[in-house]
Design a protein around this ligand. Structure first.
Ligand code: SF4
Length: 340
């Protein structure tokens, strides 16, 4: 016996997960006998999310964060790697087990309006969810709908109104109520507050934090704005062109972002974030084409610190001050700390 205890399984874990799509496999390529181009939407991503935790996933549009969310929701399988729920792979499970697991993992989208049936009242929408999932007998559905609306802070009168009669923030509350109707334990919030005004954003974030406390929910919270992470996430993973470039407790990330891309995102964040010493300008240039990412560190064309090695070698992930960062600016082996 080694005497080293295995860590307890996380509620959800991705292990070296990749999702690649074939792109540009057209006639010209096949006549030229060139292999189809590959879009590496998610590339070798490993994260752990403990029960009751919120992991923030941040990056620009096209960074792969929503694709990772879709993999977690099992809307599509990964190309390689594994996804574990309570320590067991979600891949290759029987259909019935997969259906049960999908109930435990729900999603809240950026725009619930597009996923709400405009001809149905809120009551009809929620009652349908309860009926489809056999979560409440017909006689108690009305009561359960009222309970759900109260949980998300909507007045009882809301039940008999249709989606167009609500504001954006209220519609997002309906989206949350619909997710809660299935009694999930894990919620993927994909840009759930991105379309809302800042004051309404704060209200919805506060509601999500309250629900987490009361119901013990676990969140994967996806956003392009780093500032919102401060209010909801214990840990943040920063994605760039399909890879995690920095993974850190939120408090440390805001105190001192390590990766130049994170530093640039901080500067680009519209809401107030902590003042910090940084010599990195806000993001310049466009996100490169993910079908043909830059060689070496994918961020090097936009990075003010790029060195020769950055153009040819993708940086391995280093552990710096207990946080992980993929950048050649940091030594691969952290020097011993004084007193250790
Ligand atoms: Fe910049 Fe080089 Fe670090 Fe990439 S590896 S972020 S190019 S310094």
């Amino acid at each position: 016996m080694s005497g080293v205890a295995e860590p307890a399984p996380a509620l959800l874990e991705t292990r070296n997960v990749s999702k690649h799509y074939s792109a540009g496999a057209g006639l010209a390529r096949s006549l030229a006998r060139r292999p189809p181009e590959v879009l590496r939407a998610v590339d070798d991503v490993s994260v752990r999310i403990e029960r009751g935790e919120t992991l923030g996933l941040v990056g620009e549009s096209g960074s792969g964060k929503s694709t990772l969310g879709r993999l977690v929701l099992q809307l599509e399988p990964p190309t390689s790697g594994d996804i574990l729920y309570e320590g067991r792979s979600v891949l290759g499970r029987r259909a019935r087990e997969t259906r049960e697991l999908r109930k435990r993992i729900q999603v809240v989208f950026q725009d619930p309006y597009s996923s709400l049936n405009p001809t149905m009242t809120v009551r009809q929408t929620l009652e349908e969810v309860l009926k489809v999932h056999r979560l409440a007998p017909a006689g108690s559905r009305r009561e359960r709908v009222e309970e759900l609306l109260e949980t998300v802070g909507l007045a009882q009168g809301a039940a008999d109104r249709k989606p167009h009669q609500f504001s954006g923030g209220q519609r997002q509350r309906i989206g949350i109520a619909r997710a809660l109707a299935v009694e999930p334990e894990f919620i993927v919030a994909d840009e759930a507050v991105s379309a809302l005004d800042v004051s309404v954003q704060a209200q919805v974030l506060n509601l999500m934090v309250k629900l987490q406390d009361e119901l013990g929910l676990t969140y994967l919270f996806i956003a392009h704005n780093l500032a919102v992470m401060r209010h909801i996430s214990r840990n943040v993973a920063v994605m760039y062109l399909g890879r995690i470039v920095e993974h850190s407790p939120t408090i440390d990330l805001f105190r001192e972002p390590l990766h130049p891309y994170t530093q640039a995102l901080m500067k680009a964040a519209p809401a107030p974030v902590a003042r910090r010493k940084s010599i990195t300008p806000a993001l310049t240039g466009d996100m490169p084409n993910p079908i043909s990412p830059p060689s070496g560190c994918h961020f090097h064309p936009r990075c003010p610190h790029a060195m020769d090695v950055c153009r040819s070698v993708y940086p391995a992930t280093r552990v710096v001050q207990g946080r992980s960062v993929a950048c050649h600016l940091y030594p691969e082996v952290e020097p011993p700390q004084p007193g250790i």
